[in-house]
Design a binder for this molecule. Structure first.
Ligand code: ADP
Length: 613
C-alpha cells in the first residue's frame, strides 16, 4: 500500500498513556533520550550488517555504517541519523505506534503496579524512542527501509494522541529523527552539550558517531577485542578515558567467559587509593554494557561494595537486548554477574600474588584495606579474600609480609591457633611485654597495624580450621617452659601477689605470677572478653561524654625479674615506697597495653619516687 497524502493514525491506548507520562514527567535526566536514540540507531546498523550477510539487493548499499548527529541552535533542533536497516510504512506503524516492544511494556506494567509517582522509572526503563518526547515539541522520523522496492516515509507526531505518516522522496537508507525542541530544552541543540552527552553514554558504540561532521567516539569497544592484539598504551588510554583518570592503571584484568554467562570484562585497579589519601568514599564505577551500549555508568550491585575501587567495563550479551530500557531490573541476572566477576577477579589477585609478588605487595599496601573490608563483610567471598590478606609477623623482616596460608604451613605439632597482636607499629609490638612469651615458645605472631584489623580478625574468626586469636587475651593458654633459676619461691610469690592485689584494689581483677613473661617485669591482660583494648578506645572516642566502661585487667608479674624481687623485699621493709612502685608497675603495664587514659597521676608519683633515689 502506498499513499501520497498524509494519513493520520491514533496511537494505541497504552502508547498514549506512556507518552502522557513521558511528556509531563519532571524527570531531570532528560538527556538520556540521546542515549536511547543513538542506541536504536546502533541497533539498526547492527541489523543492517546482519541483513547484508544474506541479502544482495540492499538499497543505498554503498553507505557507510555510521551515525550522524547534527544540531541547529537557531532552529532549536537536534537530528539523529543512521544508515541502518530503516523502516517500511508498516514497520513505522508497528514499531512507533504500538507497544510491541518489551521495554515500554515493562514500564507500563510497573506503572500499573502502582509506581506512578516514581518518575525515575523513566530513567530506569529508558522507554526508548518515546523518551524523545520529554524534550520535543514535535518529532519527525524520516525512514527508508533497506528494501529497495519500498518508498521512503516521514512519521510525524507532537506526542499527543496521534501521528501522521506520509510518503517522502529522496531519502537515504535508514532513519533520520528530527526533534524540534521545547523552549526549555533548547540546550540540546548546542554542540558542546550534545558532545558531552555522547561522550558520556555512547563513546563505545561500535559504529562511528559524528557530531556536526566531527567524529566523537574515537575509542572503540576495546573489551571485545582479542587481548593479544591490544597494546598497553591502548589499554591505558582507554582506562584514562573511561575512568576520567590521569594516572596509569596499576593492574588490569581483561577476560571473557561463555559459561555460565557470556561476559567480556576489562577491569582496572588505579594507581592510588584515593580514599586513603583522604578523598571522599569511592562510588562503584565499573560500567555495565550490553553489546557495546552503555546501560549504567555506575551500577550499584554489579560488584560488591568493597570492590568500589575498580574501574572498567563489563559487557554481557546475556542481558536482555532491551535492558537499557529496564536497567538493572533483572536482579537475579545482576547477582549472577556479580558472583562470576568477583570470583574471577579474586582468582586474578591470587595469581598476581603468586606470580608477581612484588607488584602484589605494592597493590596490597595501597588497596589491602578494601580486601580487609571484604573479608569482614562479604560472607560469600570471605574464604577467597582471606587468602589474599597479608601481615608482617614476628618471623618476617620489617616491611615483608606473610599470608595466613604461609603462617599455617609453619605451624608445628598440634597447634590450632593463629596468634596476632594489634599495635601502632612493629617497634611498639616488639618492645611490648606480650610478644616475649610467644617468642620463647617459638610461636609466630602476626602484627596488625591498622585500626580495622581487630574488627577484621574478629569477623574472620578462623582460617583453614585454625582459630585467629589475640595474643594479649587473658584466655590464651601457653605451654609450660622450663623456669629459669633465681625466681622468687611459690610461697613468696603468693604473699607478694596477695599484697599487690590489696594495694591496687579495684584497679585490677587479679594479680598472679606469669607463665608468659621473660624479659619484662609485668604485663596487663585484658580480662574483658567482649571489650578489647582497641575496641575500648574506639568506644571511648565515639562516646566522649558518656559513661565509660570500667577497665578490668589482670596484672601478671614476672617472679624472675629484678624489679619484682626487689619489690618483694620492699613490701615489708618500706611498704609506702613499695606501694608507689606497685602502682607505677601497673601503669607501665597499662601503657604497654595502650590502656592508660590519664598520665597525670603517674607523673606526680614518678616525681615522688625520684625523690627517694
Ligand atoms: P526498543 O528499542 O526497546 O524496542 P523503542 O521504542 O526504542 O523500543 O523502539 C521501538 C522499535 O522501533 C524498535 O524495536 C525498532 O524496531 C524500531 N526503531 C526505533 N528506532 C529505529 C531506527 N533508528 N531504525 C530502525 N528501527 C528503529
Amino acid at each position: 500500500m502506498s499513499t501520497a497524502t498524509p494519513q493520520k493514525f491514533e496511537f494505541q491506548a497504552e502508547i498514549s498513556q506512556l507518552l502522557d507520562i513521558v511528556t509531563h514527567s519532571l524527570y531531570t535526566e532528560k538527556e538520556i533520550f540521546i542515549r536511547e536514540l543513538v542506541s536504536n540507531a546502533s541497533d539498526a546498523l547492527e541489523k543492517l550488517r546482519h541483513t547484508q550477510l544474506t541479502e544482495k539487493d540492499i538499497f543505498d548499499d554503498t553507505l557507510t555504517l555510521e551515525i550522524n548527529v547534527t544540531t541547529d541552535d537557531k532552529a532549536k533542533t537536534i537530528t539523529i541519523q543512521d544508515f541502518g536497516i530503516g523502516m517500511t510504512r508498516a514497520e513505522l506503524v508497528e514499531n512507533l505506534g504500538t507497544i510491541a516492544h518489551s521495554g515500554s511494556k515493562a514500564f507500563l506494567k510497573s506503572l500499573a503496579e502502582g509506581d506512578q509517582k516514581n518518575t525515575n522509572l523513566i530513567g530506569q526503563f529508558g522507554v526508548g524512542f518515546y523518551s524523545a518526547f520529554m524534550v520535543a515539541k514535535s518529532v519527525k522520523v524520516y525512514s527508508h527501509s533497506w528494501r529497495a522496492s519500498e518508498p521512503g516515509h516521514v512519521w510525524t507526531s507532537t506526542g499527543s494522541g496521534s501521528y501522521e505518516i506520509e510518503e517522502s522522496e529522496g531519502q537515504r537508507r535508514g532513519s533520520k529523527i528530527v526533534i524540534e525542541l521545547k523552549d526549555d530544552c533548547a540546550d540540546f541543540a548546542q554542540d558542546w552539550k550534545v558532545k558531552e552527552i555522547l561522550e558520556r553514554y555512547s563513546a563505545f558504540v561500535s559504529f562511528p558517531i559524528n557530531l556536526n561532521g566531527k567524529h566523537v567516539n574515537a575509542i572503540q569497544a576495546l573489551w571485545l577485542r582479542n587481548k593479544n592484539e591490544i597494546k598497553d598504551e591502548e589499554y591505558n588510554a582507554f582506562y584514562k578515558f573511561q575512568a576520567h583518570a590521569f594516572d596509569e592503571p596499576r593492574l588490569r584484568l581483561h577476560f571473557s567467559a561463555d559459561a555460565p554467562l557470556s561476559i567480556n570484562a576489562l577491569l582496572f585497579v588505579p594507581k592510588d587509593n584515593t580514599e586513603k589519601l583522604g578523598f571522599s568514599r569511592l562510588e562503584p564505577s565499573v560500567a555495565l554494557y550490553c553489546r557495546k551500549v552503555m546501560i549504567d555508568a555506575k551500577p550499584k550491585n554489579l560488584l560488591p561494595e568493597w570492590l568500589r575501587f575498580l574501574k572498567g567495563v563489563v559487557d554481557s550479551e546475556d542481558l536482555p537486548l532491551n535492558i537499557s530500557r529496564e536497567t538493572m531490573q533483572d536482579k537475579a541476572l545482576i547477582e549472577k554477574l556479580n558472583k562470576v566477576i568477583t570470583k574471577r577477579f579474586l582468582k586474578f589477585l591470587e595469581d598476581e600474588a603468586k606470580n608477581h609478588a612484588e607488584a602484589y605487595a605494592e597493590f596490597y599496601t595501597e588497596f589491602g584495606i578494601f580486601l580487609k573490608e571484604g573479608a569482614a563483610m562479604d560472607f560469600t567471598h570471605k574464604d577467597q579474600i582471606v587468602k589474599l590478606l597479608r601481615f608482617e609477623s614476628s618471623l618476617t623482616e620489617k616491611g615483608k609480609t606473610t599470608s595466613l596460608a604461609d603462617y599455617a604451613s609453619r605451624m608445628t605439632g598440634d597447634a590450632k591457633e593463629i596468634y596476632y597482636l594489634v599495635g601502632p607499629n612493629r617497634a611498639a609490638i616488639e618492645s611490648g611485654p606480650y610478644l616475649e612469651a610467644f617468642k620463647a615458645r617459638n610461636l609466630e605472631v602476626l602484627f596488625c597495624y591498622e585500626a580495622v584489623d581487630e574488627y577484621v580478625m574478629n569477623n574472620v574468626r578462623e582460617f583453614d580450621g585454625k582459630k585467629l586469636t589475640a595474643a594479649d587475651h587473658a584466655d590464651v593458654k601457653l605451654s609450660d617452659i622450663p623456669k629459669p633459676e633465681g625466681a622468687l619461691s611459690d610461697a613468696d610469690v603468693a604473699t607478694l601477689t596477695k599484697w599487690m592485689k590489696e594495694t591496687l584494689d579495684a584497679r585490677v581483677a587479679e594479680v598472679k605470677a606469669s607463665d608468659r613473661l621473660v624479659d619484662s617485669p609485668v604485663l596487663a591482660l585484658n580480662a574483658d572478653k567482649f571489650m578489647s583494648p582497641h575496641m575500648r578506645r574506639m568506644m571511648k572516642a565515639m562516646n566522649k561524654d558518656g559513661t565509660e566502661t570500667p577497665l578490668r585487667v589482670n596484672l601478671e608479674i614476672n617472679p624472675r625479674h629484678a624489679v619484682i624481687k626487689r619489690l618483694f623485699e620492699l613490701h615489708t621493709s618500706s611498704p609506702e615506697k613499695a606501694k608507689l612502685v606497685t602502682e607505677q608497675l601497673l601503669d607501665n603495664a597499662l601503657i604497654s597495653a595502650g590502656l592508660l587514659d590519664d598520665a597525670t597521676a603517674m607523673v606526680a608519683r614518678l616525681n615522688k619516687l625520684l625523690e627517694s633515689v
